[in-house]
Structures are given as structure tokens and as C-alpha cells.
Design a binder for this molecule. Sequence first.
Ligand code: GLU
Length: 426
Amino acid sequence: MTPQQPLSYVHPSPNSPWGTYLMQVDRVVPYLGHLARWVETLKRPKRALIVDVPIELDNGSVAHFEGYRVQHNLSRGPGKGGVRFHPDVTLEEVMALSAWMSVKNAAVNLPYGGAKGGIRVDPKLLSIKELERMTRRYTSEIGIIIGPQQDIPAPDVNTNPQIMAWMMDTYSMNTGTTATGVVTGKPIHLGGSLGRVKATGRGVFVTGREAARRINLELEGARVAVQGFGNVGAAAAELFGQAGSRIVAAQDHTGTIHNELGFDMADLIAHVKATGGVGGFKGGDAIDGESFWDLPCDILIPAALEGQITAERARRLKARLVLEGANGPTVPSADDILAERGILVMPDVICNAGGVTVSYFEWVQDFSSFFWTEDEINLRLDKIMIGALRKIWDTADRHQITLRTATFAVACERILTAREERGLYP
Ligand code: GLU
């Protein structure tokens, strides 16, 4: 008999982000050896903060938003992970996202734990001044647990360098410092790093290039379909375009477009910049959203939100290679179907690690006050991604497991070794 009470988040629904994460952890247990003793550590966040974010709207009324910052694991270093502003944000979602950050940071061997934050809000409905007030109040509220050596936020869905600048300024004002290292993904003039904005997309491309080589898929002429045309999807698509691939389909909240011959990427990027989405692009046909999942393609890049590749969609996919630009886009039952069908999945926890890797470079540059060239950054990023991929692939081959379970095995071994070496306090 154990003296503890059952926790409310121990049995979530299987396809929810936290339920997905817990199943991914269960799958890695047989490969953890003696470290399996510590696995419960991974199944609960170290610390979760819920904050009320009240702001005055431009019309003089007061609105309250719910915000979160979750530090999943801090065994290997300070917390690290983005902040998202989205109407679907919940505590449980942020818990899962923070846990995936622990795994991701360990998979590429960055000296960080995992954390994530968010506010349940549709930022598109706020004016720029309201957005600034909300960001500043949220930063003040989570100020008790963030800091350059404690927990370092960064951009995620619907957050950007301007929002990071407000966060850096608010934290600095509250602490009487110029704390550039408290957030990453900042504007260049405030200690931001060259290459950060496109780093996640670049990491997706590098992962795709290495994976394509392994399955003898020629990038030249390969058909690529991208879901989500934000910071990650657009940057990855651009690099695949430069490598000679055809971007044949794109989907976001404004619509779904298709062109068997491939889009003109410069035109598409200009359209998205001008209108805020891919919908209405004249260089392709508008198609029904659900048929996106039936389109013939070689590479599929889910780069939007969680839970997009369900079991039902996994049976219909035509791609040979799935590159998870988003966090948590594939539910576990879909993972099994893709594996059975011989479709190679490059999991989020390595595939989209380029962003946080360049965040790490930014943080290091801020501390040393010495800034690197973009070429240096891209070279170092490529080297880290390729080294991490090699180790994960060896692990997958050795145990005959999927790359997701192999990435979890590599990462969880690092996290739990640190856990064991530090020991329990007190
Ligand atoms: N939000 C990004 C991610 O999910 C980047 C996090 C960071 O740079 O800290 O990996």
C-alpha cells in the first residue's frame, strides 16, 4: 500500500497530448534498464503554475486570461521551452508540451530541463497594445519561477520576437537588470541570435535530408505537403524548395491549397506575408481540408498543432516520410499504423529540435556577450542535429524500435541518469 492519493492527471484520455506523452513514456520503459526505477519522475511535472492575467482592454473593460508555466523536469539544467498564445491552451496541454521539451533538450544533449508556458487566448482578437499588456502581466506573474538560470521561455505558436522583447523588458524592469538571457528568440538588437527565426524549419529540413538518404528518397523532385505555414512549416518548405523538391500542398487555418506541379515558393511566401495565410493563393487550387490527408506526396510535414495524425488519417496517408515539425502531431495508435505501413516517422522530439538548439546558442551568446555569424550558427546546428540523429538511429537499429521510442530511450537515459546522480533531496 502506498500512502499517496491518485493524481488527477495520471489517467488522461489516450489521444490527448498528455495521454499521448504518457504512452510514449510507457513504451520506453523496457529499454531503460536499472533507470526504470526512476520513470515515475517523467510522468508528473516537477512544478506547474497557473496564473490569472487581468488586463484593461482598449474599450476600458477588464478581461481575465488564464496562463500557465510548467517546469516538467530540471534535472539536467534550467527549464527551457516556448510560450504559446492559443484559444485551446489548457494546463494538461502545457504539461505535455513541457514534457516533450525535457525529452527534446536531452535528445540533442542541451544542458536544459523541459518547460513550457501558454495563455488561453485568441491573440488575433487583441490590439497590439492589449497584446503587449497581456504579455507583460503574464511575464510578471510567472516571474517568480523564470530567470536566465532558472527557466528560459521562447517563442511557440502565435508568439514572436516582439513578444520576447516585451518579456525580456518586463523581467529586466522587475529585477533591475538587463536580463537578455531570460528569454530566447529575441530581436537581434536585444541579444537575439542570427538564424533563430528559421532554425526550427532548418532542423526539420536537415532531419528530412538525412532520413531521405536512408530510405533512398531523392529530394530533387520529391513532392512535399505541409500542414501549418507559420514559422516552422514555411521555413522548412522554403528549404525543401531550394533542394529541388516540389511543395504540392499546404494547409493552415485559412485554407488548403494544392498544385501537383509545385507552388512558386517566392509567390506563396509573399501571399502569406500579405494575407496572413495560404488561403486564396492563386498559384494552386483550393481543396477541401480533409482531402489534404489523401494527397499523393513523398514527404508530409505536420507543422501545426497536436493530434493531427489520427489512426484514421494514418491509414489514408500516401507519404513515405513524415517530418514532425509540430509538437505531438501523431497519436500513439496512428504511430503504430504508420510503422506497420512502412512509413518512416521522424519524431517531433528530434525533428523540430533545431529551434531550441539555436535558442541555446542565443543564450550562450548572451552570457558571453559575443555574437556568432549566421554561417557559424547554421554549421553548428547541422552538426548537432546530424550527431543526435546518428545516435538515435543506432539505438533504433540496436533494439529494433521506432525512431520515436529510440529518441525517448536516448533522452530518458540522460534525464534519469542526472536524476540518479543528483539523488533525492532532502
Ligand atoms: N517552441 C519551440 C519548441 O517547441 C522552441 C523552444 C525554445 O526555443 O526554447 O521547441
